[in-house]
Design a protein around this ligand. Structure first.
Ligand SMILES: [Zn+2]
Length: 228
């Protein structure tokens, strides 16, 4: 069983699958190359598609791969109309978001604190719109919840000034950010239907969490691919 969650969606040009991995796989840049290689091989076998990774930099750049060119672009969102590519957004507390258009385009977005504040999800939606995508839906993957993601007061204010829905309080009463609520607000503002996969990475030991495990944390992934 490769995936924690897996669903399929009929689209105009075939079938799109959306999936999320858990701690059984480590897709992190710091993972042992053999471990990450095995994880990618498992995803390739399960999807029948070529895994496509980005070098995530907490920005708003959207990359459009048009083939399995082996690139590892600096970007936090991937969108494509091509079949046969399994787009990965990797995270350990940040929000992995998968996008599916009824017209067949797909996207994978890594939305952390900076990505939410700077609007990487709206940027991906704009790029999909430019590609002619219609009828967008989103799957929001496991991430750290608003009751766990403690931040300094000034940081909460800075992010909430851009995305008010992110303002939150931890279960122990200190300033926090709810990145999932922020992403949901951004998607809903654009008229995109949202499905929540659920799960707090910090609380659920089956998920990778940077807040819980520190620099040694692995990475889970949201994976989206189209089959003609
Ligand atoms: Zn939590």
């Amino acid at each position: 069983m490769t995936f924690l969650f897996h669903d399929t969606v009929p689209v105009a040009t075939g079938t799109v699958s959306v999936a999320f991995t858990d701690r059984r796989l480590d897709l992190g840049d710091n993972a042992d190359p053999a471990v990450r290689g095995a994880a990618l091989a498992e995803i390739a076998a399960e999807t029948g598609a070529t895994p496509y990774l980005m070098h995530q930099v907490h920005g708003t750049a959207v990359h459009v791969p048009d083939g399995a060119d082996g690139a590892f672009p600096d970007a936090d969102a991937l969108v494509t109309g091509a079949a046969g590519l399994a787009l990965l957004a990797r995270a350990a507390d940040c929000v992995p978001v998968l996008l599916v258009a009824d017209s067949g385009e797909v996207g994978a977005v890594h939305a952390g604190r900076e990505g939410v504040r700077r609007g990487v999800v709206p940027a991906a939606l704009r790029r999909l719109d430019e590609l002619g995508a219609t009828g967008l839906r989103a799957w929001v993957g496991p991430h750290i919840c608003g009751a766990c993601y403690e931040v300094p007061e000034e940081m909460r204010a800075e992010v909430a000034a851009e995305v008010p829905a992110t303002a939150a309080t931890t279960s122990w009463g200190t300033p926090a950010l709810d990145l999932g609520a922020g992403v949901r607000a951004q998607l809903e503002a654009a008229g995109v239907a949202v499905a929540e996969v659920g799960g707090c990475t910090r609380e659920d030991e089956a998920l990778h969490s940077h807040r819980r495990d520190g620099a040694a944390a692995g990475r889970l992934a949201g994976v989206v691919w189209r089959t003609p």
